[in-house]
Design a protein around this ligand. Structure first.
Ligand SMILES: Nc1ncnc2c1ncn2[C@@H]1O[C@H](COP(=O)(O)OP(=O)(O)OP(=O)(O)O)[C@@H](O)[C@H]1O
Length: 237
């Protein structure tokens, strides 16, 4: 396994025209933990992740992965496994073929394909065309793709979308195992009740700003994470 990689987000700021999508976001994500990046729709989570992954250029600030900007990583695809959204699947291609194409792209052996299919519970569907996959299966295939390079860092945007309760319980176990191996796991979600069951640490984003960070237990002492979030943001349910 690679050495542990800490993520540092420092003063990230991004506007899209009149929209201040992210303003001065600063937080760290520790290896060996599952960190929830939480906030309502449109609060700036995806834009922050896209800046972390070098997909959007920040107006100010920077993001480091194990001390380096994404663009300076010697082997980015094997350092960071990212599943931003379950789009871009060619409907006529099988699950296995999707993984084969990406495995060739990042230079990992085909044997790894069977490993990630088993890890994500879609081995039985691997020969089926992705166009016929349910949302939950597409989510699993997306996760399998992120895991192909056996990366020390995982960045997942809304990974519970489309998963049923058993699927969410399964995902919790998988993310815990990956973190226990020393990986850094960052999970963006707007569904606080689900995130609460997945994560060790929390970074809360509200209207483009980081409203709070810390261990989950600090937020749930008084009750549900959702109540702590409503208190923090002054929002009403
Ligand atoms: N490419 C873009 N062009 C213009 N506005 C954008 C663009 N990307 C994001 N925004 C705007 O920036 C704000 C933050 O969006 P972002 O997708 O980062 O939020 P989010 O927290 O990930 O939301 P969700 O939970 O819905 O995915 C929103 O107002 C969004 O409309």
């Amino acid at each position: 396994m690679h050495p542990p990689h800490r993520l540092e987000i420092r003063g990230l700021t991004k506007r899209f025209g009149p929209v201040a999508a992210v303003t001065d976001a600063t937080f760290a994500v520790e290896p060996g933990r599952v960190t929830g990046f939480l906030g309502p729709n449109g609060s700036g989570k995806t834009t922050t992740l896209r800046m972390l992954l070098g997909l959007v250029r920040p107006d100010a600030g920077d993001a480091r992965i194990g001390g380096r900007a994404y663009r300076d990583l010697p082997d980015p695809a094997r350092t960071v496994g990212a599943a931003l959204e379950a789009k871009g699947l060619h409907p006529a291609r099988t699950g296995r073929d999707h993984l084969r194409v990406y495995a060739a792209f990042i230079g990992c052996p085909d044997s790894r394909i069977d490993e990630v299919l088993a890890l994500t519970g879609i081995a039985d569907a691997a020969h089926r065309r992705a166009g016929g996959y349910s949302t939950g299966m597409r989510q699993r295939l997306n996760l399998a793709t992120a895991l192909l390079g056996d990366p020390p860092v995982l960045v997942l945007d809304e990974p519970t979308n489309g998963l049923d309760p058993a699927g969410i319980a399964w995902l919790r176990g998988l993310l815990r195992d990956l973190a226990a191996e020393g990986r850094t796991v960052l999970v963006a979600s707007h569904v606080l009740s689900e995130a609460e069951r997945l994560v060790d640490d929390v970074a809360v984003m509200h209207r483009g700003r980081i409203a709070a960070t810390g261990p989950l237990a600090d937020f749930t002492r008084q009750g549900a994470l959702e109540d702590a979030f409503l208190d923090l943001t002054g929002a009403t349910a």
